[in-house]
Design a protein around this ligand. Structure first.
Ligand code: AMP
Length: 460
């Protein structure tokens, strides 16, 4: 038998953070918040809580529901907590890299959860190590803790502001001490972070779907470059860093965020539908049906169908119970990785001309396999429509993409990609079209589509 790890083969997602201040069921609610944010990271999860005197922590590899049990949640005492879901386990000891990280600093224990990616991490780490710092993890997040420990400023918010003035890149951070919760969003605002309210308690999360699950109400987005401190029942906001024009990640809207979330001031589902409508306008086609690649292509396919008048059909069904690893027979099954997740419905597709809608093409292998599956299931024609422009560059701001040379659109023309995936036609949404579908279009980072990076990794 072959044990396949499909997670390693596929692309991985980024991270999600959740925090709550002064609620008697802090850890339980954080668990639920993380559960709602599971799509942002499936490889590990952790929660740190405070009862005013001590911090309590629990973390592990796997899905939120695997990591937390009633028994370990009950040990996470106190009315404040932060949590994290994580995608990456690249370190030698992956368990150590699972966040929130917890360290002793001069005023006590400090926990930190990070969503994003620092662009000057390697240089900073080298500098700190040259000065004698010993790192416990391989994660760039630990650099922030070392910089805080070294800061000569007086209060923790001042130390954080001082530390982060040396850091470049994307970061939404939640800090927890025994008596405070601190939330920070970097000055470019690459990743979403927002504040809500539940029975008088403050909640913070990467996406609003986490508020919905626990019955919290959305309050506002944390602004790019803002630090919010909850301490002694009071809340204070400040903007201690140099401000930049916002660079919110447009790929959150295209793929990452949950469609039921509001991020960057608008609902993700509505944006995705608008992308689909725009796509139908830009790349019209005559066909019998619009079929999404579930789940990521569904909302855009609805928009495509609405605009074009071509009926929407769930011609491919997703198996929602796909685990981490799979036991495949010795005699390999063709397209096993895709087939275990997606199954076309022969009775719907037979003899039909199909518009297949997905959110993006990265390496091209997924689209290639799905096109083949559709044809094997009897589709007469397969026209692929992608609700994003060609992905030509990697993300340095917290989305795990392959290297540039692995991105098919960095090397091949749309015509060549169409041939590679075996489609009858291929149409990508234009960058201009994409930006017409979001409000405040000048506030978005589109570097993976246009190569215009506002920050480049300073360490190669
Ligand atoms: P590929 O076979 O590399 O072209 O993968 C394309 C598929 O991956 C599409 O169906 C996307 O929905 C999905 N996708 C795009 N970006 C990511 C990402 N960063 N992480 C996980 N999946 C992704």
């Amino acid at each position: 038998m072959l044990l396949k790890n499909l997670w390693n083969k596929s692309l991985k997602e980024e991270c999600g953070v959740f925090g709550i201040y002064e609620h008697p069921e802090a850890a339980h609610l954080t668990y639920l918040g993380l559960y709602a944010l599971q799509h942002r990271g499936q490889e590990g999860a952790g929660i740190v809580s405070s009862n005013g005197q001590k911090l309590f922590e629990h973390r592990g590899m796997g899905l939120v529901n695997d990591v937390f049990r009633e028994s370990n949640l009950n040990l996470l005492q106190g009315n404040k907590s932060i949590g994290h879901v994580r995608y990456s386990t690249q370190g030698a000891d992956p368990l150590k890299d699972i966040q929130p990280l917890v360290v002793h600093y001069p005023s006590g224990l400090l926990a930190l959860a990070h969503n994003g990616n620092l662009t000057n991490a390697v240089a900073l780490r080298r500098e700190l190590e040259a000065l004698g710092a010993i790192f416990q993890t391989t994660s760039d997040t630990e650099i922030i803790l070392h910089l805080i420990a070294k800061s000569q400023k007086t209060t923790l918010p001042q130390k954080i502001a001082d530390a982060l003035s040396k850091v470049e890149g994307a970061y939404c951070l939640l800090f927890l001490t025994k008596d405070s919760l601190i939330a920070v969003r970097d000055s470019y605002g690459f990743r979403p972070l927002m504040i809500g309210e539940l029975s008088g308690a403050a909640v913070v999360a990467s996406e609003s779907c986490a508020f919905d699950l626990i019955g919290a109400t959305y309050g506002r987005d944390i602004q790019p470059g803002e630090m919010v401190v909850w301490k002694e029942g009071k809340v204070e906001s400040s903007f201690p860093w140099v401000q930049h024009p916002p660079q919110q990640c447009v790929f959150e809207h295209i793929y990452f965020a949950r469609p039921d979330s509001r991020i960057f001031g608008e609902n993700v589902y509505e944006v995705r539908k608008a992308l689909g409508r725009q796509l139908a306008f830009e790349h019209p086609i005559q066909a019998d049906m619009v079929v999404p690649v579930p789940d990521s292509g569904v909302a855009a396919a609805i928009g495509f169908s609405e605009y074009s008048g071509i009926p929407f059909q769930m011609g491919i069904i997703r198996n929602h119970y796909v685990g981490r690893t799979f036991i495949e027979p010795e005699q390999a099954i063709r397209h096993f990785g895709v087939k275990i997740k997606l199954n076309p419905i022969r009775d719907v597709l037979k003899g039909k001309s199909v518009v297949m809608v997905d959110d993006s093409i990265v390496r091209g292998t997924t689209s290639q396999k799905i096109v083949q599956l559709l044809r094997q299931s009897g589709a007469r024609e397969v026209h692929v429509r992608i609700s994003a422009p060609p992905t030509i560059g990697p993300c340095f701001y917290g989305i795990d993409t392959p290297t540039q040379s692995e991105l098919i659109a960095s090397k091949k023309s749309t015509q060549d990609i169409c041939q590679f995936i075996g489609a009858d036609s291929l149409g990508y949404l234009s960058l201009e079209g994409l930006l017409q579908c979001v409000r405040k279009s000048n506030q978005y980072c589109t570097a993976c589509f246009d190569g215009k990076y506002v920050l480049l990794p300073s360490d190669g």
